[in-house]
Ligand binder design. Structure first.
Ligand SMILES: Nc1ncnc2c1ncn2[C@@H]1O[C@H](COP(=O)(O)OP(=O)(O)OP(=O)(O)O)[C@@H](O)[C@H]1O
Ligand SMILES: [Mg+2]
Length: 443
């Protein structure tokens, strides 16, 4: 029998200590160490593996199957690979179960789908199904939380796709810690992954996100699964974006845009057209071609600068890091004499998307200057570039992709980092080397 032991495990990062501590020495989280009884020897299933030449393995691995959503397939690198385990993370109520029920329905083209739900009863899911128009008898709903039972059922049903909704509700009878604890979440993910690899069964695992924006018990999970996708959006806005954060079978940074309606999620095939369609060309509005993967999307960055209401001026952002905003305001003051100390500054990425790539810096800066000067940015211009502390505009990745996307949607000029040396027919490239020059060119 496995030797049993008491340990204290950080519920945020998985750090293990023999003694209780008020603060996790690894991630710095307070009060996150919880007593867990864990089996000393991890339950490693003994799978038979073959020795095959690399080209044979490749054939094995790349029989991809469509999820039924073209944009999701392409974000994932072309569909699901046999045995691929995808962790789908997102805040409560964002639409994870909705998406997966729709994918389950469409995936029945490849055989039966086993949808294991630990959060909702069968009738609750059936109700959602009715609303979404999913009544396919090949979608098998299985309200269950015990891992060992799920394993047995997978063997009986032999599904073509497995959905686990959510990992935090599942537990193994072999461990004594409670569902949702790091040990359980890790064990469940690990065992599900083993089962899937053995059977060549693709699987979606839902992971709830904690308030800090991390998947509960998370960093531990990211290593185990093949792919991590994040489901984002404002709950009160109808756009939803799936972002690929890690992928062993495709590139990261890819995204797929959906629209939430009462009949479920619909693909948005041309997100750029969608996001710029509502633009009114008023001061403070700048179009930014955003991309972290192969598919760019045009976003509208909005800034509002106005005299401060209180003695401490406010800085508020939506979809953009507020610390980065402070930095940009400091650079504008030092390098271009644009003073905002006595102003409230608000920055918003329209459509509810959040942008983390630094290429958006120049667009944010130009939106602020435009609002401050009360002069609109010319309608046919897109802006991108990273700002350095000295006000220099730094080169960014995927310059050509961004420019081509702008061209496709009728933009005729692009304000870009000076280092970007390229010519594209139909669009004028305006290279700038620092923020001051950018302001001169644009206004
Ligand atoms: N009757 C309805 N009409 C329109 N939209 C609805 C309706 N009911 C739910 N929704 C949409 O579905 C979303 C909830 O979807 P879903 O249950 O799939 O989210 P989830 O991410 O699985 O949530 P949880 O974390 O609670 O499991 C709501 O935020 C709402 O946008
Ligand atoms: Mg759900």
């Amino acid at each position: 029998m496995a030797k049993r032991d008491v340990r204290f495990v950080c519920q945020s990062c998985g750090y293990v200590s023999v003694r209780w501590k008020g603060r996790c020495p690894s991630c710095g989280e307070w009060n996150s160490l919880v007593e867990e009884r864990v089996a000393d020897t991890p339950t490693v299933p003994k799978t038979k593996v073959e020795v095959l030449p690399i080209d044979r393995w490749e054939e094995e691995d790349y029989r991809r199957k469509s999820t039924g959503f073209a944009n999701l397939d392409s974000a994932l690198g072309g569909g699901l690979v046999p045995g691929q385990v995808i962790l789908i993370a997102g805040e409560p109520g964002i639409g994870k179960s909705t998406l997966l029920l729709q994918v389950s329905d469409r995936f029945t083209a490849h055989g039966r789908v086993l949808y294991v739900s630990g959060e909702e009863s069968g009738s609750q899911i059936a109700m959602r199904g009715r609303r979404l128009g999913v009544s396919n008898p090949d979608v098998l709903i299985y309200p269950q939380t015990v891992l060992e039972e799920i394993q047995k059922t997978v063997e009986e049903v032999d599904p073509s796709l497995l959905v686990i909704d959510s990992v935090q509700t599942m537990y193994s009878e072999k461990l004594e810690s409670s569902p949702g604890s790091v040990s359980q979440v890790r064990e469940v993910t690990f065992r599900i992954t083993e089962i899937c690899k053995e059977r060549g069964l693709p699987c979606f695992i839902v992971g709830q996100i904690t308030k800090e924006g991390t998947i509960a018990g998370p960093k531990v999970l990211e290593h185990i699964v093949d792919t991590v996708i994040q489901f984002e959006g404002e709950r009160y806005n109808f756009y939803r974006v799936v972002k690929v954060i890690k992928n062993r079978f495709g590139s990261v940074g890819e995204m797929a845009v959906f629209k939430m309606s009462d009949t479920g999620l619909e693909e948005v095939p041309e997100p750029s057209a969608f996001f710029v369609s509502e633009r009114v060309n008023s001061p403070g509005s700048v179009i930014f071609p955003h991309t972290e993967g192969s598919k760019p999307v045009l976003l509208e960055v909005q800034a509002l600068v106005l005299p401060a209401l209180y003695t401490t001026p406010q800085r508020r952002t939506q979809g953009f890091d507020v610390n980065r905003l402070s930095l940009i305001l400091a650079i504008l003051e030092k390098e271009a004499n644009i003073f905002t100390r006595d102003s409230d500054v608000f920055v918003n990425v329209a459509g509810g998307l959040s942008v983390k790539e630094p290429a958006v810096d120049l667009a944010v800066a130009m939106a602020i200057v435009s609002s401050k000067k009360e002069k609109p940015v010319p309608e046919d211009v897109v802006v991108f570039g990273e700002l350095g502390l000295g006000g220099e505009v730094r080169a960014v990745h995927f310059g050509d992709l961004r420019i081509k996307e702008a061209l496709k949607f009728g933009f005729r000029r692009a304000l870009v980092p000076g280092k970007l040396n390229m010519e594209v027919e139909g669009i004028e490239i305006l290279p700038v080397s620092n923020v001051k020059e950018a302001i001169e060119v644009l206004f």
